[in-house]
Design a protein around this ligand. Sequence first.
Ligand SMILES: Cc1ncc(COP(=O)(O)O)c(C=O)c1O
Length: 398
Amino acid sequence: MFETLQTLPADAILGIMMLYRADSDPNRVDLSVGVYQDDAGRTPVLECVKRAEAAIFAEQDTKTYVAIAGNAGFNRGAEELLYGSNHPAIEEGRVATIQAPGGSGALSVAGHLIARARPGARVYLSDPSWPNHLPLLKLAGLTIEQYPYYDYAAHGIRFEAMLAALEKVEAGESVLLHGCCHNPCGADLSPEQWQALTALFERRGIVPFIDLAYQGLSESLDADAYGVRLMTERLPEVVVVSSCSKNLGLYRERVGTVSIVSRSRKERDAVFSNLSNVARGLYSMPPDHGAAIVERVLHTPELRSLWEQELGTMRQRINGLRQLLVDELRARDVPMDFSFIAKERGMFSFLGIEKEQVIELREKFHVYMVESSRINLAGINAKNSDYVADSIAAVLKR
Ligand SMILES: Cc1ncc(COP(=O)(O)O)c(C=O)c1O
């Protein structure tokens, strides 16, 4: 059977991680990983999570199955985070939400649902997008197209080109948008751009497919859901996938949601039964522990406010590091304007330097980043910030 299989090339980011691990230089810096790190370089368990977990361990008296759709209290809390309380779509019974194994599991379930509703459907991804969007959605049976998004030379969104490309999308097809903190480029849509896209989608009957993997890490929980809430208010059908990996630090627990807004309560019921049926066919039941933690955090006032505090600390650290890197590079009089980094949001930005310079940073200075020059700002800390800026300045001035 297996002689037909070929060994596949290693994942580009994992390849860089392996090189970093094999490097024993004391100055080595890893800006390639996709997880949040604190100033000590750790990816900590949040205190609100530890407290919720302790209560669950003390009280839990069974490990029997929960439900195909997961934890109902978690799903309700997740809807409130996404749409705000009392959103008309929720009050009108038009929203179907199920718990899924992480944002990736949610993308997979949503992809299968779209493919079932519209066999062979085309989904449009931003150029560039998170590299796992393509395989996840392709495996679900969708046809993947791209629309222009990031302008590497101007360090901003190619909004006119994006609008022109999306004018050609057919009614009933979907366009994947990053809700906030675009991965990998960090360039987010402004409220005006969300409004223009909403008008275009309304006119053309396009269904938004919004991936909100970083809610709360750009401006605030509410501001980061601006696009989701606007589109849900104005458009009859919206697909939203979310993840608690980053904003609650629950990476390995695999917590996410698929939430679908449809035109009527009747269509919502059909969507919910198909979401459940897709989940049943893919993995049967989602893992419980992470969602049980989030349910407790969201519904226990002290834990909820502790979470918002901890999330605020992560957000301020990332945004502060953006400004710090810009200032440090400016102070070294580098021949490039990096001010765009302070305007971008989330953990990632492209430095916008040449591939040879990325390789030189790695081989000579032990500073690791993805070959596209994508860096994770959270990899910078008090101990390495001078060294990172010195190294970048050195390869730029050569
Ligand atoms: C844009 C985007 N979507 C979804 C995910 C999925 O995250 P997870 O499956 O770990 O929840 C990520 C993770 O990096 C991401 O960057």
